[in-house]
Unconditional design. Structure first.
Length: 401
C-alpha cells in the first residue's frame, strides 16, 4: 500500500508540474492545431477525391479474395505448367512492366461483375498480359479473340481500328462472355474456361456424350475434347498455385509493395489524338500509347485505358510523376510553378498541419484536398518526386493564415 501511495503522489506531482509549465511547451498548441486539422477533413468518403494509385499488394489481395478455389490444388497441376508460368510473379513485380496495373484493371472488372478471379489468369495464358499481342494464326489482344468471336461479342473492328487490341473494348467483351459462360455452366469456372477455349457448344456436346450435366461434371473427365482444352484448365491451376506460393517469397512481396496507377477507361474527346489527350492530362504519351495499341489516330468515341484522373480534371505534370511510379524519376530542375496565393512556402520550418496518408491516396489527391501544389507538398516534407507514399505516413502542409 505504501508503494502504491508513493506512485499516486508522484503522478499527482508530475501532473501539477506539467500544468504549471503548459505555457512553455507547444503541446497545447499542437493539440488544438491537430484537432482543427482533423475537423477540417471531410467526413463523407464520397466527398473525397478518387484515389489515383494503390499498393500492388492490394491488387494481389483482391485477386486472392476473389478466387473460387482459394487453395492450390496440387493434384490438378503439373510441373511442366508450373515451370512455364514461374515467371508470372516476377512480371507483376517488375517496375518496368505494365503487367501489375493491367492485372489490377482486369481483377477490378471481374469482381465488379461478381466473377471468379481465376478468369484474370486467362490473359497470362493467352497474351502474357500484353495488349498488343498478335498470333500468326489470327487471334489478337489481351484476350486473343479471333475476329469472328470479337464481332460476335460487339468488339468494334473497322478500317484503321482493331478493338481486340483495346484493353477496354476486349476486356469488356471478355467479361460479358465469361459471365454468360459462368451462368451457362452452373457457376463452374473450369467448365467456363474450357468453353472460352473450345466454344460453349463443344462443351455442351461433350457433357451430353458423357451423360453429365454442369452440376456434376468434372472438367478432366469430359469426353472428346482437344488436349489443348484440357491443358487450358491445367495452366490456370498452375498459375493460381504459382501466385499462391509467391506469398511465401519475401522478394516477390517486396516487389509488389509499391504504388501503381489505378487504370480505367476514358472516352477520348472527338477529333483528339491519343498523344494530344495524354499531353493535356500530363500523362506520358509513349506509355499511354503502349497501353492502347488499337488507337493510331483520332477516332470519335473511343475508350482508352489510362490512370484515373483525380476529380475527372486535367492533372498537373507533378501528379503523374507520383501516380505512374514505374521507375524512380529524376526531379526536373526547372523552377516550380507558382503556388496558389493562400499557400505559404515553409519548407524550411518545422511547423504546419499534419495529414496521415490513407490507403489509395497519392501526393496529388492530398495536395488537391488542401489546395496546394504537389511540388509544394513534396518539398515541405523533403520528399523527391519519385517518393512512394505509404499508408500511415504523416505529411506536413501549411496554408496562409
Amino acid at each position: 500500500m505504501k508503494r502504491a501511495s508513493l506512485c499516486v503522489a508522484f503522478g499527482l506531482l508530475l501532473g501539477a508540474s506539467a500544468a504549471a509549465s503548459a505555457q512553455s511547451l507547444p503541446v497545447a498548441a499542437g493539440l488544438s492545431q491537430n484537432l482543427a486539422s482533423a475537423s477540417a477533413l471531410p467526413l463523407d468518403p464520397a466527398s473525397l477525391p478518387p484515389a489515383t494509385t494503390r499498393n500492388g499488394r492490394e491488387i494481389f489481395a483482391s485477386f486472392r479474395e476473389g478466387l473460387a478455389a482459394p487453395q492450390c490444388d496440387a493434384e490438378a497441376t503439373s510441373p511442366r505448367w508450373r515451370k512455364q508460368f514461374a515467371h508470372a510473379p516476377s512480371r507483376l513485380g517488375n517496375v518496368e512492366d505494365d503487367a501489375l496495373p493491367l492485372f489490377g484493371y482486369v481483377v477490378d472488372e471481374l469482381r465488379a461483375a461478381n466473377l471468379p478471379t481465376e478468369f484474370a489468369l486467362i490473359p497470362f495464358v493467352e497474351s502474357g498480359y500484353r495488349p498488343g499481342a498478335r498470333n500468326a494464326s489470327g487471334p489478337a489482344g489481351l484476350w486473343q479473340f479471333i475476329a469472328t468471336t470479337a464481332r460476335n461479342h460487339r468488339v468494334p473492328m473497322e478500317s484503321g481500328y482493331d478493338g481486340r487490341l483495346s484493353a477496354v473494348d476486349s476486356t469488356r467483351a471478355a467479361v460479358r462472355y465469361l459471365k454468360t459462360l459462368h451462368g451457362m455452366f452452373a457457376g463452374d469456372w473450369q467448365l467456363a474456361v474450357m468453353a472460352y477455349n473450345a466454344g460453349e457448344y463443344r462443351i455442351l456436346q461433350s457433357l451430353r456424350r458423357g451423360g453429365m450435366n454442369a452440376q456434376n461434371a468434372k472438367a478432366a473427365e469430359l469426353p472428346g475434347l482437344s488436349p489443348i482444352t484440357y491443358a487450358y484448365v491445367e495452366k490456370l491451376h498452375a498459375l493460381a498455385c504459382v501466385l499462391e506460393q509467391a506469398e511465401t517469397r519475401p522478394d516477390v512481396m517486396a516487389a509488389l509493395d509499391r504504388q501503381v496507377p489505378i487504370l480505367k477507361g476514358h472516352t477520348l474527346p472527338a477529333n483528339t489524338t491519343l498523344t494530344a489527350w495524354s499531353s493535356q492530362n500530363a500523362l506520358d504519351p509513349a506509355r499511354i500509347a503502349k497501353l492502347n495499341p488499337a488507337l493510331t489516330g483520332a477516332r470519335n468515341g473511343t475508350r482508352v485505358l489510362a490512370p484515373v484522373l483525380a476529380g475527372g480534371a486535367i492533372e498537373p505534370a507533378e501528379a503523374m510523376v507520383v501516380a505512374m511510379d514505374a521507375t524512380p524519376t529524376t526531379r526536373n530542375d526547372k523552377p516550380a510553378a507558382a503556388a496558389p496565393a493562400r499557400v505559404v512556402a515553409t519548407a524550411a520550418t518545422g511547423n504546419g498541419r499534419r495529414h496521415t496518408v490513407r490507403n489509395g491516396e497519392s501526393a496529388w489527391t492530398i495536395a488537391r484536398r488542401y489546395g496546394i501544389s504537389v511540388k509544394t507538398l513534396l518539398s515541405f516534407n523533403n520528399l523527391d518526386a519519385s517518393a512512394v507514399l505509404r499508408p500511415g505516413m504523416v505529411l506536413r502542409y501549411e496554408e496562409a493564415r
